[in-house]
Design a protein around this ligand. Structure first.
Ligand SMILES: [Zn+2]
Length: 432
């Protein structure tokens, strides 16, 4: 058994109360949630195509989506109620000089007063354990709203809605690493372990599409790839600039039967696969979730970044925790205590010590991320697993579409038309 010791991130104010809390405190468990009325955002599943942008969007300045407004308004409300462990808007952030634009944040409040815990890192699939902290124990004041599929063909919002049979919720992360940092917890009462299934992944894609803001990304960490809570959840937050990985060149490797294109990252320290296209959000969701399920079944830890409002998805199989457990990571990298999960891999480094922040260089970011990456040979094996996975069908290669060229973000830059939320300029200070 391989384990590493690390300080777990405190995502909820209820995480450290290990004794079974008696109820009557409005939790997300079976005792309270079914009889509670929470705000409900119900999305129209027919909306939100992953492929092209709709006409309205491409012609004029995109309007701020209702989900965006709701999420940020509610998040700020929880901030004013003092539910966060520190003020993330006071954390210094800078772009590390260099070609890639890695982003460094100094976050001294995130890991205070915590003892390291032992985590098993050699099993991507582990059964749900109701004796450990899970999201049913969270108090409802940390929940912003329920996020579920609409029964009608329209999107709607209710301030107070009677419970559904399997509520999915959006809650704050009380240790945010950026503005609007939240958790999406699919079907919280079903107590699903941290593993991707197609239905839950589609829910996460819908959230990205509904937010309709390129600065809003969702991320996922598997067990063994720095998830610390074995209860299914995605994370999401706003970062008002492109992530370095979003600017990296890509090379096409396959086209799936429903038009989903699979590419590989070029010139990036972490090997990764990029998925985009398909006619429906479902097509893209299916291709990615099948890939994730394939990695899970082969016990390969991985991270996922959902970017460009759900149109572009990055999948990073990784091996850092395994190397760490085997004693193969240099002490210098371990000393910075950076846990390279989805955000770090995407290029947003959260540093705990001022010294590391001030000395952060592109070379450091590169060396850290290179340790996360699978080798080229191992990536080839992983690609083969995915392309041979059940349910995965590749179309016959068409020469014109499979050109051996690398594309960059410049072709269709989703950030160009989108003004950052005004809060960014006054809140998180980004030094260029
Ligand atoms: Zn309760």
């Amino acid at each position: 058994m391989l384990t590493i010791k690390r300080v777990p991130t405190v995502v909820s104010n209820y995480q450290e109360e290990l004794e079974n809390l008696g109820c009557g405190r409005n939790c997300l468990g079976n005792c309270c949630l079914p009889v509670s009325k929470l705000p409900l955002y119900a999305f129209n599943k027919k909306r939100g195509l992953a492929g092209g942008k709709d006409e309205k969007e491409s012609e004029s300045e995109p309007e701020k989506s209702f989900l965006d407004t709701l999420l940020l308004g509610q998040w700020e409300d929880r901030m004013s109620r003092g539910l966060f462990r520190y003020d993330v808007t006071a954390c210094e952030t800078k772009v590390i000089p260099g070609n890639y634009g890695f982003i460094a944040q100094l976050n001294e409040g995130r890991h205070l007063k915590k003892r390291p815990t032992e985590f098993r890192v050699d099993k991507v699939l582990q059964p749900f354990d109701d004796k450990k902290f899970n999201f049913t124990k969270v108090g409802q004041e940390e929940v912003l709203f329920r996020f579920e599929e609409s029964n009608h063909d329209e999107t709607f919002f209710f301030e107070k809605a009677a419970a559904s049979s399997c509520p999915s919720v959006v809650a704050i992360n009380v240790s945010p690493i950026e503005y609007g940092h939240v958790l999406l917890i699919p079907r919280v009462l079903d107590c699903l372990p941290q593993r991707i299934d197609s239905e839950s992944f589609l829910l996460a894609l819908h959230m990205a599409a509904e937010a309709a803001n390129p600065f809003f990304r969702l991320g996922y960490n598997s067990l063994g790839a720095f998830a610390t809570i074995n209860h299914l959840h995605f994370q999401a937050y706003y970062m008002s600039m492109p992530f370095p990985v979003e600017k990296a060149r890509t090379k096409r490797i396959a086209i799936m039967s429903k038009g989903v294109k699979m590419s590989e990252l070029c010139d990036y320290p972490v090997c990764g696969l990029v998925f985009e296209g398909g006619k429906q959000l479902e097509d893209l969701s299916e291709a990615v979730s099948l890939s994730c399920i394939c990695l899970q079944n082969n016990n390969i830890p991985y991270n996922v970044l959902i970017s460009d409002s759900g149109r572009r998805i990055f999948l990073f199989p990784q091996c850092y925790a395994e190397k760490q457990a085997l004693g193969e990571v240099s002490q210098e990298l371990l000393d910075t205590q950076v846990n390279p999960a989805v955000w770090e891999i995407s290029g947003h480094m959260v540093l705990k010590r001022r010294k590391d922040y001030e000395e952060a260089s592109e070379d450091y970011a590169w060396r850290l991320l290179a340790e996360v990456s699978l080798s080229k040979e191992r990536l080839e094996e992983v690609k083969a697993y995915i392309l041979e996975a059940p349910g995965f069908s590749e179309t016959e290669e068409r020469e014109d579409e499979m050109e051996d060229t690398c594309s960059t973000l410049d072709k269709e830059n989703p950030f160009k038309a989108h003004a950052p939320h005004p809060r960014f300029s006054e809140g998180c200070l980004v030094l260029q």
